[in-house]
Design a protein around this ligand. Sequence first.
Ligand SMILES: *Cc1c(COP(=O)(O)O)cnc(C)c1O
Length: 725
Amino acid sequence: MHPDDHLPHPPPNGFDLPRRLRRLADLAYNLWWTWHAESSRIFRYIDADTWELTEHNPVRFLRLVPSERLRAATNSRWLLEFYDRVVRAFDDYMGDAPAAWYPRTHPDRMNQPIAYFSTEFGLHESLPIYAGGLGILSGDHLKEASDLGMPLVAVGFLYPQGYFKQRLNDDGWQEARYASLAYTDLPVHPVFDASGGPLTLTVDLPGRPLHARLWRIQVGRVPLFLLDSDVDGNSPADRTLTSRLYTSDLELRISQEILLGIGGVRALRALGYNPAVWHMNEGHSAFLVLERARELVAAGRPYAEAMARVRASSLFTTHTPVPAGNDEFPLWLVDKYFSGFWPQLGLERESFVDLARRKEPWGETFSMPVLAIRNAERINGVSELHGQVARRMWSFLWPKLPAEQAPIGHITNGVHTGTWLARRLWLLFDRYFEPDWHEHLDDPRTWEAIERIPDAELWAVRRHLKRKLVAYMRERARRQWIGTRVHPVQVIAGGVLLDPYALTIGFARRFATYKRASLILRDVDRLLRLVNRPGMPVQVIFAGKAHPADEPGKLLIQEVYRQVKRAETGGRLVFLEDYDINLARYLVQGVDVWLNTPRRPNEASGTSGQKAALNGALNLSVLDGWWPEGYNGRNGWAIGDESEAADPAARDAADAESLYRRLEDEIIPLYYLERSADGLPAEWLGMVKESMRTLGPRFSMRRMLRQYVDTMYLPALPDPDPIKA
Ligand SMILES: *Cc1c(COP(=O)(O)O)cnc(C)c1O
């Protein structure tokens, strides 16, 4: 590999920086700072207003920061010292790759790159190329691969319009707004070819070629290449092909997925990569197996041998436990888009369709997960429970095997500690944990040290984080009140009446109906009695977007919002618009209880509760996704039991009852009544420590990625070449 061949120097923006601060440009163009909370403060220290104004986007920040602020910085001794420390930490990180875990333990594997494909990457709020959990997982995967020093290269899309910004109208109806991203405002490098022009690649669409160019994002030591069809030579319609995430138009979607799967392989080839393992994160990229087989057939291999080789080096992670959520195409569309392709594999139409055939009640389809499953040697779900569900769901692909023996395993998701852990907690751990604690994030012994933290100090940080959340909400509401014509009730619904010292419950996630956002509102009067209890109030903060085409999801938001706006709530029920990574960080760090109410077993894993646990919030969750593995009876609460009632209405009623009882009988008394002589909720804090100690290591991205390495990546790698190694 040659990681720097495609990097233009200097970066595309010619910032006008004082010499003494010129390395700020390097910091801005590598996402390393996004998971080093202390270091990232350099931008805030230089100019907090511009930092907020630019939504924490350092590239934009450096373009807009007034030169007198930069000059003032060069005159501040402590700031220059801080800057030097940050630059040194960055250079150490980038220069110290050989000392990282992967090169140390698998030095002979460093020339066997791992390709990682995903439609979305949630890396930072200033880069809105993600929609939700799948993207956050991909983003965290790259950051951890960087930390571990892995030779991983990632492929995705640069959507110039990104994912939408959410606003609710007066009546709680979600409105979607798309803003166009300016490339010059993003930490992206255009990729050039040898002649200095944009490096482009081409795939075939019906009756025309589709061209795409590439952008590179540097995620620490890991490169992420993003496809973009907005280039000269494409028709105006094709130029907007990759402008947004998750269109519901089938032709657009199949075209996007052809570009990702087939174009993505061609992109890596054009860049000079020869990956040894190909990881499809969800089925959207599954066309890559076809392109890789085509390459081998074109090089003279018989089809069967080609496909066997492709299969041996392909991995597939499925995330979707509901059949309707899976990506599939009607056969007429496959004919239209692939009739020129299957002859190149030496296949007839029927045998081509067999690669991904799925019989649905309404007819046959070409299923992307089936394509991935049939042609990947290793397949996993994302929690133990989801593994079981996936085996059952796809068992028809192995008619000779009992369902539970279907060859689908599981690796439970985790979260990237540096990205999600509050800076204040990081500093607290620095004081009480072993000095190299962050080198051993997934080691339960590291987290035993949580017991050394005095209750008063942990409580002080927890209170600080909640105050910060409330202050942030007030500031957002104030800006909304000043800037737009909102109804005053909407300002109250935005959280201005929240109490920074009251027990606070957070519910933030995509508004898909199976997540049952309104479960806690099922008996509103019962909830309001808790919310308004004198001396021990409870507040609930909701946030989340519905997919723009998901009408039931939008209705659910509206249902919640109508309750939130009622005067009887006393302003203690809140809906925060435009859930994104920034808001997620405030919420998972600031609330006391993280609520999760999916209809079991529909949540494949869920990761927001893991982020909350890391920061000392307690989970109150249905035993779905990751929670049956995390919950031990002392580190949070379960809603309902592990049965799967056939009747959804009965299930909802039982789960709501269980939820209210947990609140009334356990959570509220534990928080308010069990105070020790010094006023601390000692038992609550005991539970917080139990939660951080038991969940912190297990649900870290470090544990997750090392499991991928040991059980998925390494076994798929061919023997290392003894000469090159
Ligand atoms: C973590 C996260 C998610 C995923 O959370 P779930 O638990 O899967 O609902 C979605 N969106 C954002 C912005 C996140 O930070």
